[in-house]
Design a protein around this ligand. Sequence first.
Ligand code: GTP
Ligand code: MG
Length: 403
Amino acid sequence: MHLEVIGVGGAGCRIVDRLAERTGTGQADGRRATTDDQRLDGSFIVDTFAFDTDPDALAELAAVPEAHRHRYGTASDGLDGDLRAGLDVGEAHVDELSRVIDQGSPSKAEAFLLVVGLGGATGGGTAPALAADVRELYGTPVYVVGTLPTNGEIERSEDARSGGADGPAAPQGPDSGEDTLDRPLAGRNALRTIDRLNGVADAIVPFDNEAYLRTDEGLATGRGRVNDELIYRLATFFSLGDRAEGGEVSAEQTIDASDVDRTFGDETVLAALGYAEQQVDTADDDGSLLGLGLIGGDDEPDVDTSEAVSAVETVVRKAVRGKLTAECDRSSATGALLAVGGPPAWLNRRAIADGRSWLEGETQARTVRGGDVPDADADAVFAVALLAGVRDVERIEELREQV
Ligand SMILES: Nc1nc2c(ncn2[C@@H]2O[C@H](COP(=O)(O)OP(=O)(O)OP(=O)(O)O)[C@@H](O)[C@H]2O)c(=O)[nH]1
Ligand SMILES: [Mg+2]
C-alpha cells in the first residue's frame, strides 16, 4: 500500500528519519551507511515528512529530505511537555503543515501514517489536528503510531521532586542521570492524546517503549535499538502487498490498502502488531547436493510437507502469542489480519489457511484477512499479525493507574 509517513515531535521525527534511512527512501547525502542486510523494503513509502517545534531536534535528522522537514511555532527549543501549548500550536499551524505535505505527492497516498511520542507536547498536541485535517483533505484513513512513555521518565521526575524536598538525592541507578529523559507529564499527556485521537484517527498503534527497553536501560541509550524494532515491524507490515506483487513468484492472495482499512474497521481502534520468523533450509544453502549434481538447475527445493506445515504453524502462533507492539487482550480483537511469507516452497497453503482459522478462533474477528508473501531469496518463514480493536492494552491501563 502507499503511505505518506509523517513524524511529529522528537520521537516521531527520529523514528521516521530512521525509517527513511533504512528503506533507502530518504535523501542520499547525510544518510548514514546502510548495509544490505539492514535494508528494509520501502516501496510503501510515498514521502516522509518531519515536523517539529524544536529546530535543534530537526537539525539532527539525516534522511528525511530537507524540503520535507519543517519547524513550526515560535518556541525556541520545543514545548517541554506542555500539552496545552502543543494543542494550540498544532491547531494554529495545521494549514502550514498541510502546505508542506502538498510539496510531496499526497494524492498518491492510500493512507497517512502519523508517528508521534505520545508523552510529548509537540507530537501529541499536533497529531489530533493534523489527523483531522489530512483525513478531510485527502479522504484517506489516518493511522497513528504512538510510543508510550516509560516509568523512568515519569518516576525519575517524581524522585527528583521528592528528593529535593526531603534532602537525599534520587538513587544513582543505571536509570538515573543522562540515560533517562525527564518528562513528568508524559503519562498524563499520553492518555489525553489517545482520548483526543478518538474519533479522529482510524487507528492508534501504541508502542510500549518500556517493554522494548532492557532492564535498567533508559530511553536515551536504548531508543536507537527500540526504534529499529518498531521500524522493522512497520516496514514489514506496510510493505506486505507490494512485496507480494513485486516478487518473481506470484502470491496466492495479496494484501492491499483496503484489506488493512477494513481490518481496522469504522471506528477509531487500538491495534497491535506481532511478528515472528524462523530460519529454514533453502536450496541455495544446500551446496553439497547442487555440487554433486543430484539436483539440476531446479531452484525449487524439495521441502518436506510436514516441516513446512510446522514452520508456518510456529511463526503464526509466535506472531500472535509473542511480543506485540503493546501487550493487550488478544481475544478482544474485533479485526485481524495475518500474512505469512518466505521461500515459496515453504508457504504451505493449507497451513496458512489453518493459521487464519485458528486466529479467528482466538479473536472476535469474523474474518481474518490475509495473504502470502512469496520471496524466492528469503531464508526464513515469517508471519505478521495485526490485531485491531483490542482492549486492555496493559501499558495504557498502567498509565491510567499512575496518573
Ligand atoms: N521509541 C521512542 N520513544 C521516544 C523517543 N524519543 C522520545 N520518546 C518518547 O516520546 C515521548 C515524547 O517525547 P518527544 O517526542 O521528544 O516529545 P515532543 O513531541 O517533541 O514534545 P515536546 O518536546 O514536549 O515539545 C517521550 O515521553 C518518550 O516516551 C525515541 O526516539 N523513540
Ligand atoms: Mg520535542
